[in-house]
Design a protein around this ligand. Sequence first.
Ligand code: ZN
Length: 481
Amino acid sequence: MNLKATIGMETHVELDTKSKMFCSCEVVETDEPNISVCPTCLGLPGALPVPNKTAIEYIVMLSLGANCNITNEGMFHRKNYFYPDLPKNYQISQFDFPVGVNGSLEIVLDEELHSVEIERVHMEEDTGKSVHIGSGRIDSATSTLLDFNRSGIPLVEVVTKPVISNSKMAVAYIEELRQLVIDLGISKGKLEKGNLRFDANISVANEDSNELGTKVEIKNMNSLKSLEKAIDYEIMRQSKQIEKGESVIQETRHWDENKQVTISMRTKEGSADYRYFSDPDLPNMIIDEEFINNSKKNIQNLPTDKRKTLKESGLSLSDSNYLDKGDKWLYDLYLSTVENTKDSKSTFNFLTGELQGQMRKAEIDELPDWVDSEKISNLINLFETNEVSFTSAKDILAKLLGEDIDPISYATDNNLIQSSDDEEIKTLVTSVIKENQDIVERLEDPEDKLVGFLVGQVMKSSENKVNPGSVKDILLKELFG
Ligand SMILES: [Zn+2]
């Protein structure tokens, strides 16, 4: 039996606003509990919510960035359930009139572009935080404390249609969404801080079937690695059950990072269980053309635009996607460097391989302020034109990261410039041929591996001061005519 998996992603993005969604409490990042709370976000009787305009603007921006249609007349709903960290006993959310609908995000997998359809983008508010004392886990805690600093922080939920077919695609989608919210400037987008939290709805069905299998929701994946592993595990678990003729139960499962398995949490509740109804404390939300146009003004250079610019510079799709998702300074440095080097691949390799590698080793996050694209492109051009060896280029880079030097004068002053003087090389070649007669006699053709050995001998005798390309040309001419 051939089976196929279908995945839909639900992602909560924490918005980077100054204040909370329905009160003026400051959004704080602290371990000190309950310092940014008021009657509204504590759910005290009589307290009324007032929507945060900036948060609505951010949600409109994200909807536009994800190519959604904007619902002009939106509505706030109450999603009713009890939990100790939800003091109102309901969460203000949106139900049948989300801000954005029917969008799509372009993602990159290897050298291919795919489109992930977005079903909806809507507003939510965060809950408080339960802190389990003792073990950190609810089932073995001695007590549980409540911190309401997080209560009421604006969230936006982005829901895809069930169109993702494997774990790699799900990871690429989250990476794209993360970059989108960073480039829009609406969220810090830090996964390790929980700025993006994702659940996956996974079902497995017969490959020929037009219907989806039973949906299982997977929660508690807090990194892209655990997302990938949890999806792979869950597809395997459901497939095995179907192959044995057993039916898959519709439920919510929890990814157990230690055991590397998904564990049943509860049978899945449907939206009817939450008794959604429109919030009587909040009027309908009118998002008119003027508001949309104002939000549009803040949108520039999104991941798709950056990828296009990078591709136009001559990079492959996957290399473009790599730089697109990296630090902004690296993206800017690449574009200004490639102007002077004209070799996109070699510039990409040098920046992402050598430069980033050496920075990691030296444990520096930012380029020293004397390192600019002119110095970097001069350095790349030095080894691209074989004026210095790649080994020397790496040494010059290491020096440059430590102090303000000019790569060209440094190479000259330290005798690193390789000679392309044919006469000088010819003298060295002749003596290496003489000293290695036994090897020369064994040579069969110009492709022989031993040619490389002889080139190495010439380089060695010159103390790496000659250009290896010229050495090979002259050596082959001497040997094979
Ligand atoms: Zn408050």
